[in-house]
Ligand binder design. Structure first.
Ligand code: 5GP
Length: 136
């Protein structure tokens, strides 16, 4: 069964579209966290960031910047969150790669992020060594 976003790409279900190119489509989120909340998706039905070939990742990043610039020009927000969820534990509900563009205004309370707390430096260093070994 095609994802809901593939059905938007194929025109089987409607969306309020903002931008389209060969590899990406941008449209308004149906449940906006703030005024102007938009989504940029890969036309290819790939679940998440870790699954993307470089050309798709690049195309979505470029489209995200293009649409974010237009939203900022139109809405003049105080800031913009770019949010991208991978996996249900991270809040992903549609398993078809997409980036959220969420315009923000001072004090709008539109989005809860994390509460920063100091990390244990030894644990951070140990984890960094494991990740660097994986990267090399
Ligand atoms: P996720 O939680 O997977 O990062 O985000 C999925 C987003 O897709 C949600 O913000 C949700 O409101 C949006 N969404 C889900 N179904 C539809 C739809 O049919 N049309 C539009 N425009 N947005 C949708």
């Amino acid at each position: 069964m095609a994802s809901i976003f593939t059905r938007i790409v194929t025109g089987d279900i409607p969306a309020i579209k903002l931008y389209e190119d060969d590899m990406t489509l941008a449209f308004m989120d149906i449940n906006p966290a703030s005024r102007g909340h938009a989504l940029v998706i890969s036309k290819a039905e790939l679940p998440g960031l870790l699954d993307l070939p470089p050309e798709v990742l690049t195309a979505v990043a470029l489209a995200t910047q293009k649409v974010a610039r237009a939203l900022v020009t139109v809405l003049q927000p105080d800031g913009v969150n770019i949010v991208q969820n991978n996996g249900a534990a991270a809040g992903q509900t549609v398993f078809h790669y997409h980036v959220h563009i969420i315009p923000r205004w001072d004090g709008d309370g539109a989005l809860g992020l994390w509460t920063p707390r100091p990390g244990d430096p030894a644990a951070l260093r140990e984890l960094a060594e494991q990740v660097k070994a994986q990267l090399s």
